[in-house]
Design a protein around this ligand. Structure first.
Ligand code: PNS
Length: 165
């Protein structure tokens, strides 16, 4: 059984994330989507529980996907899940340095786990969770950017949040 981890902050899930998860699910027997802590992003808008719920709804039609949260090192989670690979989406050149650094760190921590990059679909090249939050907060249409089944939930959360600012 080939298991892969799709890790990320997912604050919130976008159609770009979903595309990578879907494509990874065709390459592996099982994909575990892991909502992890990114210490460089300590101002998240959605709680881990909310992010997990949104991901569960967005992936409910993909049978070999499991959603989980984890507060430690990604490589420890990978070991716990007996995963052989970490799959990440790679957008533009700007992602490369950061992703390369994480991939090399993870391979130093655990050489048994490979990091694989899937290039994002060209339509999602520009997309990020931060863009979704910014557009939503300023009253723009976020429909093209987030999975349809979780659009309303994400929008109302962003609106709630923007009122607090
Ligand atoms: O969606 P993101 O924010 O680019 O995902 C980054 C994430 C959460 C995968 C990364 O920060 C991570 O792996 N966090 C867990 C802690 C860890 O293992 N850090 C060492 C690897 S650099």
């Amino acid at each position: 059984m080939r298991v892969a981890i799709c890790p990320g902050s997912f604050d919130p899930v976008t159609v770009g994330h979903l595309d990578i998860i879907r494509r990874a699910s065709k390459l592996f027997d099982k994909v575990v989507v892991a909502v992890l802590l990114n210490m460089d992003k300590n101002n998240t808008w959605f709680t881990i529980g909310e992010r997990i719920d949104l991901l569960k709804k967005a992936t409910k039609d993909i049978p070999n996907v499991e959603i989980a949260g984890f507060e430690g090192l990604l490589v420890d989670f990978a070991k716990q899940k007996r995963a052989c690979a970490i799959v990440k989406g790679l957008r533009a050149v700007s992602d490369f340095e950061y992703e390369f650094q994480m991939a090399l760190t993870n391979s130093k921590l655990d050489p048994n786990v490979e990091t694989l990059f899937l290039t994002t679909n060209s339509e999602n090249m520009y997309l990020s969770s931060s863009i979704v939050k910014q557009v939503g907060m300023l009253g723009g249409d976020i429909k093209p950017f987030v999975p349809e089944c979780v659009h309303d939930e994400i929008l109302s959360r962003i609106k709630q949040r923007s009122k607090l600012r």
